[in-house]
Design a binder for this molecule. Structure first.
Ligand SMILES: Cc1cc2nc3c(=O)[nH]c(=O)nc-3n(C[C@H](O)[C@H](O)[C@H](O)COP(=O)(O)O)c2cc1C
Length: 275
């Protein structure tokens, strides 16, 4: 199984840690490293109890200071139809067996203060950040748990393109905000392994190190092009067609237009000060 883990990591990162002995759980590690986003599903319902169980497993993830500031909304039929209408660029969501929305929740703690007649003195960026991080960790844990039972998932940050509408549809009160949606379903295909930046880019030993970063990213562009070339190019009206269109050009183009520039205003309307 160590060989399989190494093969998967090599395909993902282009290199492999020099591990000699198979650690406990090596087969689980190989499966985790081999995960893929799944946007194609068969038409088969998901047992609601299984969904609740996966949520419970996900909510067993670590929580900042045990504050427990992540919630999951399993969208109901009516709510789901309204959410799907907001996601024309993600038509695959309609095929998913379930649509979940992972939220950050700093409301409960404010209520604890209200119930005790005490002022909430921690009105800074930190409570928002903590809740957002907790929610992201719970989402990632749900994804890992869903993989284990054979369900496919795809997160959906596109719901934050319409954060206020999503909040209204789901009835999210002040200090509760959507972090990401998640389509969940029984996969109709195995998905495609998406190569990542080299391990020498993202793992820093001792201290942060950017030595040779530009060359390393150029090498990643080439490695990725071999197995997962981009099928289309973004914003050709603005940037033309590039002969060597890779990950770095795609991301430079993606961030060339403002994305969710109004999200900060939405979060402030939700009652966060973010100072
Ligand atoms: C927080 C988050 C938000 C995402 N939002 C979307 C989305 O709105 N639509 C979509 O199709 N994929 C979305 N994705 C999936 C990513 O595109 C996908 O994870 C990435 O391309 C890498 O592929 P992989 O997960 O198979 O390695 C999102 C992923 C994350 C973690």
């Amino acid at each position: 199984m160590l060989d399989r883990l190494k093969a998967v990591l090599k395909a993902r990162f282009g290199s492999v840690p020099a591990l000699q002995d198979a650690p406990k759980g090596v087969d689980v590690l190989a499966d985790m490293a081999d995960r893929r986003v799944i946007r194609r599903y068969v038409d088969k319902p998901i047992d609601p109890e299984l969904l609740d169980t996966l949520c419970a497993v996900a909510l067993s993830a670590p929580s900042k200071s045990d504050l427990q500031q992540a919630d999951i909304v399993i969208a109901g039929k009516e709510e789901r139809a309204k959410l799907e209408a907001l996601l024309p660029d993600n038509p695959w969501v309609k095929e998913a067996g379930a649509l979940l929305v992972f939220c950050g929740n700093n409301r409960r703690h404010r209520l604890l203060f209200e119930w005790r007649g005490r002022p909430f003195v921690n009105d800074y960026l930190d409570p928002f950040f903590n809740a957002a991080v907790d929610s992201g960790i719970v989402l990632a844990t749900f994804v890992a748990a869903a993989d284990r039972v054979g369900l496919g998932t795809c997160p959906i940050s596109a719901i934050r393109n319409h954060a206020q509408q999503v909040s209204d549809i789901l009835g999210l009160p002040d200090h509760v905000f959507p972090v990401a949606g998640l389509g969940v379903g029984w996969p109709s295909f195995a998905g495609v392994m998406s190569p990542r930046l080299g391990l020498d880019v993202s793992i820093h030993h001792g201290r942060y190190d950017e030595t040779g970063l530009r060359d390393k990213i150029a090498a990643y562009d080439k490695r990725r092009e071999l197995v997962q070339p981009y099928k289309s190019q973004r914003y050709t009206d603005k940037f033309g067609t590039s002969a060597d269109y890779g990950w770095s050009e795609d991301k430079a183009r993606q961030y060339s237009v403002p994305e969710r520039a109004d999200f900060g205003a939405f979060v402030r309307r939700k009652g966060f000060k973010l100072d």
